[in-house]
Design a protein around this ligand. Structure first.
Ligand SMILES: Cc1ncc(C[n+]2csc(CCOP(=O)(O)OP(=O)(O)O)c2C)c(N)n1
Length: 319
């Protein structure tokens, strides 16, 4: 894809200089989630109310009596972030209708980790998306239940070590493949679903801004590199995010009214998955046959995605 085709992505533009996620949070060195949150909030702006499920993000941002949040923020349970954000949106609408608050465009946004989104929070999220609330859900996917001690989730990659998927004589680590949450949300027929990655900050901010402008539910699935849980050098966070894209492990795309579009090009051919795996201790035990299995799966998923990019039309074009 050329720069001309992607003008809105590459054109010089002003980024909100405001900081809505302040320094002094207690994230680990190299925390990809903290960086992603800072960028997401730049895309959202100050007229935002965040409902944040329990998890790393809440823990690192709200150590009593301090807060890293420069906007209204509600800490909610592990399972109900999207339900609370839906309630906030409905409440704002009612108060506006009654003239009790100014008629201002305030966005309700739920944020949760992969456990709070893909596992225990999925029911609340599905309901909120299906009911059509004017809100965004952002999943910060660090691929395990990190804040409680690196337990596996449905987003932990095949073969990865975690404290509840330990490799050993009878196990090679996580036995399952990542559940495809963006695809599950696409099936709700909402107007906007995308993947994001703070190693590509302009792409991330542009996607958040797009979701912010839409009326109705949107979903953003954001890769959050976690040096602590991934057993990697904390100076490699940005590089690891880039490798996730270059190997095709975490492609960046958006689905607008059913139409798929790649937003950051991947190399052709893709880099071998081993370039990504070998820098992370959680994959250290993998044998060549397991790495081959992963490569084959990544190749297949890449083909499935590219097929959708080529085949699927926007619903608007089908009218
Ligand atoms: C019903 C319930 N079960 C378990 C917990 C304990 N708990 C709190 S956060 C968490 C894991 C969070 O994982 P994730 O959503 O992936 O976010 P991360 O910490 O990795 O950012 C767990 C198991 C809880 N708070 N409530």
């Amino acid at each position: 894809m050329s720069i001309v085709e992607n003008f809105d992505l590459y054109a010089p533009r002003l980024i909100d200089k405001g900081e809505y996620f302040s320094v002094g949070h207690t994230g680990c060195a190299g925390c990809g989630e903290a960086l992603a949150t800072r960028l997401v909030l730049k895309g959202l702006g100050k007229d935002t109310i965040v409902s944040n499920a329990t998890g790393c993000l809440e823990i690192i941002s709200s150590r009593y009596p301090t807060t890293a949040w420069e906007i209204p923020w509600i800490h909610v349970a592990f399972e109900n972030a999207a339900a609370v954000a839906a309630g906030v949106e409905a409440g704002l609408k009612a108060l506006r209708r009654k003239g009790r608050i100014p008629d201002r465009d305030v966005k309700s946004v739920s944020m949760a980790g992969d456990g709070g989104t893909a596992d225990i929070g999925l029911q609340a999220l599905s309901g909120a998306m299906e009911r059509g609330h004017d809100m965004i859900h952002v999943c910060f996917d660090n691929e395990a239940y990190m804040n409680t001690g690196i337990q596996r989730s449905s987003q932990t990659p095949f073969g990865a070590w975690s404290t509840t998927s330990p490799p050993g004589e009878v196990s090679f680590g996580q036995r399952t493949w990542k559940k495809n949450i963006p695809e599950i949300i696409v099936a709700h027929n909402i107007a906007y679903v995308s993947t994001a990655n703070p190693s590509y900050p302009l792409d991330l901010i542009r996607k958040v801004e797009k979701a912010r402008k839409l009326k109705g539910p949107s979903y953003i699935h954001c890769l959050s590199v976690c040096p602590t849980g991934w057993r990697m050098d904390s100076s490699l966070t940005i590089k690891m995010g880039r490798l996730a894209l270059e190997t095709g492990i975490f492609p960046l795309y958006e689905v607008e009214n059913g139409k798929y579009r790649i937003t950051v090009d991947m190399p052709e051919p893709l880099r071998p998955v081993d370039d990504y795996l070998k820098l992370q201790g959680r994959f250290r035990h993998l044998t060549p046959d397991k790495i081959e299995e992963m490569q084959a799966r990544v190749n297949l998923e890449h083909k499935k995605l590219m097929n959708k990019v080529e085949q699927l039309q926007s619903w608007k074009d089908l009218d």
